[in-house]
Design a protein around this ligand. Structure first.
Ligand code: PLP
Length: 399
C-alpha cells in the first residue's frame, strides 16, 4: 500500500498519485513480499515458514545443487557479467553450447537465446511482422505475446479463449501478406492446453505460421519434457516458431526461440530485443544448461509432478472444490470477486500456505482466482495438507 503520508511534493509525484490511490481503493494495489530464503517447496517470508504453492519452479530445480554449482563454476571461469550484447562480444562459448543443446532437445536445427521470455516474444513478433501482416491471438495469451503483436505494427486479431470457430472465421477473409497464429501452449492463468493440432491445421489451411509460447509446458509436458508441442505429437512443420522460457521448469532464467536456420538468422539480424541488449550472465546460462540436463537425466521429476497433479485433482473433486479443467501444474481456483480471492489467500497464509491471489487486469474482470501451482518439490503429504486447508477455508468464504 502507498502509505497515507505518501510524499507527493513534486510535480511528477502529484501527477502519479491519483492512479495509485485509485488502485488502492479498488483493492487492486500490488505489493511485493520479500523472501528470506531460496525458492523451494517451503519458503521463509516475514519470519514465517510457508509451504509455497505459487512458484513456476515446476520441477524444483531453482535451488538444485547442480544448478547452483554450475553457476558458481561458470562465474569462476567467465566472471559475473557477459560484458556486451551477443553481436558485439557478449556471446560466450557457454551461450553457444546452450543454444545447441536447446536445438537438439527441441529437435530443431537452431535455437536462439533471449534474455527473457517477454523479450523473446516482443522481438520475434516484431521481427517477423509489419503493418501489412496480421497476428491472431487467443484473448488469454500472455501479455508479452499481445504486446509483441502491438509492437510489430501488424493487425492484431484476438479470438475468444480456445474458440477455433471464431479463429477460422477471422482468418478466412484475410489477405495479409504474412499471418501468424501466436498462442500459449499452456495458458498461464488457467492451466489449460491450447488445441495445438487443430491450430496447426488452421494455420496450414490459411497459409499462416503457428507460434507457440511454451513457457509453462517446456520441461513439464511431453514424453521427454520438450513441452506441449511434443505432447501434441507435432513437429517443426506444424509449429515453425517455438518459444520457451528457462525461468520456470528449467529453474534458471532466460528464454529461447527454436526453429529453422532461416528463422533464427532472421531473428539475429532483425529482432531488436535480441540485438540491443546485454547477453545473459554466463552463470545464468550455465545454470540453464544444468537444468536442461537434469530434465533429460531425471524423468522421475516429471512423473512425480504428474502424480501430484492427479492426486490434487482427485482430492479437489472429493472436497467439492471447483478447480478448472487443467492437466498441468497450474490448478486455479476461481473465486470471482477480488475480495473472495484475497480472503482465501490470507486465510491460507494464516495456515502456513503461500498462494497468491491473481486479480484483474492480469485475469478478466470477475474471475479473480487463487493460482495454485504444483511442483515436483512437493510431497503428496504437502498437497494433502493444502487440500484440507483450502476445503476448510472454502466453507468460511464470504459471499
Ligand atoms: C512467464 C511467461 C513469459 C515471460 O517469460 P519471462 O522469461 O519470465 O520474461 C512469456 N510467456 C508466458 C506464457 C509466460 O508465462
Amino acid at each position: 500500500m502507498p502509505s497515507p503520508e505518501l510524499d507527493i511534493s513534486s510535480h511528477l509525484d502529484q501527477t502519479l498519485a491519483p492512479a495509485l490511490f485509485q488502485r488502492q481503493q479498488q483493492f487492486r494495489y500490488r505489493a511485493r513480499r520479500p523472501l528470506d530464503s531460496a525458492q523451494g517447496a517451503c519458503v521463509r517470508v516475514a519470519g514465517r515458514e510457508l509451504t509455497n504453492f505459487c512458484s513456476n519452479d515446476y520441477l524444483g530445480l531453482a535451488n538444485h545443487g547442480k544448478l547452483r554449482e554450475a553457476a558458481i563454476a561458470a562465474t569462476r571461469i567467465w566472471g559475473a557479467g557477459s560484458g556486451a550484447s551477443h553481436l558485439v562480444c557478449g556471446h560466450t562459448r557457454e551461450h553457444h553450447l546452450l543454444e545447441e543443446e536447446l536445438a537438439a532437445f527441441t529437435q530443431r536445427p537452431r535455437a536462439l537465446l533471449f534474455s527473457t521470455g517477454y523479450m523473446a516474444n516482443l522481438g520475434c513478433l516484431a521481427a517477423l511482422l509489419g503493418r501489412f501482416d496480421t497476428v491472431y491471438q487467443d484473448k488469454l495469451n500472455h501479455a508479452s505475446l499481445l504486446d509483441g503483436g502491438r509492437l510489430s505494427g501488424a493487425k492484431l486479431r484476438r479470438y475468444a479463449h480456445q474458440n477455433m470457430t471464431q479463429l477460422r472465421a477471422q482468418m478466412c477473409a484475410d489477405n495479409s501478406q504474412r499471418k501468424i497464429i501466436a498462442v500459449d501452449g499452456v495458458f498461464s492463468m488457467d492451466g489449460d492446453l491450447a488445441p495445438l493440432r487443430c491450430l496447426a491445421d488452421i494455420a496450414q489451411a490459411n497459409n499462416a505460421w503457428l507460434m507457440v509460447d511454451d513457457a509453462h509446458g517446456f520441461g513439464c509436458l511431453g514424453a521427454t519434457g520438450a513441452g506441449s508441442v511434443e505432447a501434441a505429437g507435432l513437429g517443426m512443420d506444424d509449429v515453425p516458431i517455438l518459444m520457451g522460457t528457462l525461468g520456470k521448469a528449467i529453474g534458471s532464467f532466460g528464454a529461447f526461440v527454436a526453429g529453422s536456420e532461416a528463422l533464427i538468422e532472421t531473428l539475429i539480424q532483425f529482432a531488436r530485443t535480441y540485438i540491443y541488449t546485454t547477453a545473459l550472465a554466463p552463470s545464468v546460462v550455465a545454470a540453464s544448461r544444468a537444468g536442461l540436463q537434469l530434465i533429460q537425466d531425471e524423468p522421475e521429476r516429471r512423473q512425480h509432478l504428474l502424480s501430484l497433479i492427479e492426486f490434487f485433482r482427485q482430492g479437489a473433486a472429493s472436497h467439492g472444490l471447483p478447480v478448472l479443467a487443467s492437466s498441468t501444474p497450474i490448478q486455479p481456483l476461481i473465486l470471482g470477486p477480488d475480495h473472495r480471492a484475497l480472503y482465501l489467500q490470507d486465510a491460507l497464509a494464516q495456515r502456513g500456505f503461500w498462494i497468491s491471489a491473481i486479480r484483474p487486469p492480469t485475469v478478466p474482470e470477475g474471475s479473480a482466482r487463487l493460482r495454485i501451482t504444483l511442483s515436483a518439490a512437493h510431497t503428496h503429504a504437502q498437497v494433502e495438507a493444502l487440500l484440507e486447508a483450502v476445503a476448510s477455508c472454502w466453507r468460511e468464504l464470504p459471499a
